[in-house]
Design a protein around this ligand. Sequence first.
Ligand SMILES: C[S@@+](CC[C@H](N)C(=O)[O-])C[C@H]1O[C@@H](n2cnc3c(N)ncnc32)[C@H](O)[C@@H]1O
Length: 216
Amino acid sequence: MTTPTQPVAPTEATWAYTEDYVSTSEAVGAARDEAIISGQVPISPGVVAALSVLAKAMGAKAIVEVGTLHGASGMTFLEAMGTDGILTSIDVEADNQLGARKVFTGAGFPSSRFRLIAGSPIEVLPKLRDEAYDIVFINGDKLEYVEYVALAARLLRPGGVLAVHDALWYNRVPDRDDESDEAIIIREALEAITGSEQYTQSLLPVGNGLLLAVKN
Ligand SMILES: C[S@@+](CC[C@H](N)C(=O)[O-])C[C@H]1O[C@@H](n2cnc3c(N)ncnc32)[C@H](O)[C@@H]1O
């Protein structure tokens, strides 16, 4: 085979290979399993791996996430942060957070390492401290992504990273013929990031799409 002179688009098999390249820990696996059993969608193993690298490389000590579910992403961050790192996780469904609490404490993390806040992120995010967070991870209601992105900027310290999950939303965001509310709103959120001089960003086709933007 002659080597192409340009990169080629990943195939389904390539995508699956990258997703399976790193195994998740037992605790993250348990949180993912709980979510899947309840018919919901946790972050994929590829996203777990990418977020772990990010949090470790940054030496993150304070992370906010929108969308706790059963704790797959929260557990990922707790494992990746140093022993003094604190996770703040917001979800509108308090019942979901019961499962997450079980996973975190079962893995040996004391309640002083995490804050689970049940409520609307649109109401909770404005109450969090200015420039106090290393990472803001967005994985809540797609229809509120524009608001989450707008509210996240104030929370990040300079050099902090905004991570937006589901940025490609089942391949629907790049499909310009897709006029579903989710696709339109995620596109708007992505455009707000690229249109802002506050960030330097990259859109990665891992999992369901992961936008990473560092605050300048
Ligand atoms: C895709 S799941 C989050 C997955 C989680 N980060 C993980 O890794 O397993 C989305 C979560 O957003 C929550 N959610 C849905 N609508 C919401 C809203 N309007 N405000 C806050 N959370 C919401 C759901 O309860 C659900 O737990």
